[in-house]
Design a protein around this ligand. Structure first.
Ligand SMILES: Cc1ncc(C[n+]2csc(CCO)c2C)c(N)n1
Length: 220
């Protein structure tokens, strides 16, 4: 009777992942990005590693597509796969050109430990997780990026490498996709038993930690 405002599953997951969640979404790397003040060498290493991250992320989206429990969910996920494989992809190529990234660093760079840890978490979730677990890891990666990017001031930095990286993560379509993801995880989470919910929480916390380590690896 007093349960008028129980937190949603995703709000509960986020709240239980503090203080790391706020450390990610207010990270100094993102503040510097807003001002166009990330040094080129740091922006380069970050994007080179992130391009490797995006490959496994795409595989995880494919896993969600396969594991979804209904057609309308598969359609929403397919739409997001289309975005990752079109607009995002040309951003990386143009940014790499601007930053002078050579061929081997585009295709097979030495991986930073933070990149490897994140890739392993995604690969494990892909191999062993069900739909709820896959959604959990996707939600951390997308929601945390939306949250930092929504903090951007109205004036964009001059350099397109900085400006477009912000715009990719706070545009209307991306906001709607993250809203869909959170709503989907809330829907699927409502049907889980306590043990399965606890598994999702552990994954949410691990993925949040991976996001923090990823930013920290390119900032000091
Ligand atoms: C470390 C890291 N975490 C999350 C994202 C966010 N993200 C991953 S793939 C993708 C495409 C849109 O669905 C977006 C926004 C990132 N780039 N790098």
């Amino acid at each position: 009777m007093t349960e008028t405002s129980a937190p949603s599953f995703t709000e509960w997951l986020r709240g239980r992942s503090e203080p790391d969640w706020t450390a990610v979404t207010t990270h100094p790397f993102t503040d510097a990005l807003f001002e166009g003040l990330v040094p080129a060498a740091k922006m380069r290493s970050y994007l080179v590693q992130d391009f490797q991250f995006v490959d496994d992320f795409l595989a995880l989206l494919g896993s969600a597509l396969a594991k979804a429990d209904r057609y309308s969910s598969r359609l929403a996920i397919a739409g997001s796969i289309g975005v990752v494989t079109s607009e995002e992809n040309t951003y990386f190529q143009r940014a790499f050109d601007a930053l002078g990234v050579g061929e081997s660093d585009r295709t097979s760079p030495a991986l930073d430990p933070a990149t490897t840890a994140f890739r392993e978490l995604m690969a494990d979730t892909n191999a062993r997780g069900g739909y709820a677990e896959v959604l959990t890891v996707l939600t951390v990666a997308e929601w945390s990026y939306l949250e930092w990017a929504m903090r951007a001031p109205a004036a964009a930095p001059e350099n397109f490498v900085h400006a477009e990286w912000i715009e990719l993560h706070n545009n209307h379509g991306f906001r709607r996709w993250v809203q869909w993801l959170c709503g989907e995880l809330d829907r699927v989470g409502a049907a889980l038993d306590e043990r399965a919910r606890a598994r999702c929480l552990r994954l949410f916390q691990q993925a949040t930690r991976c996001e923090l380590d990823f930013f920290n690896a390119h900032w000091d």
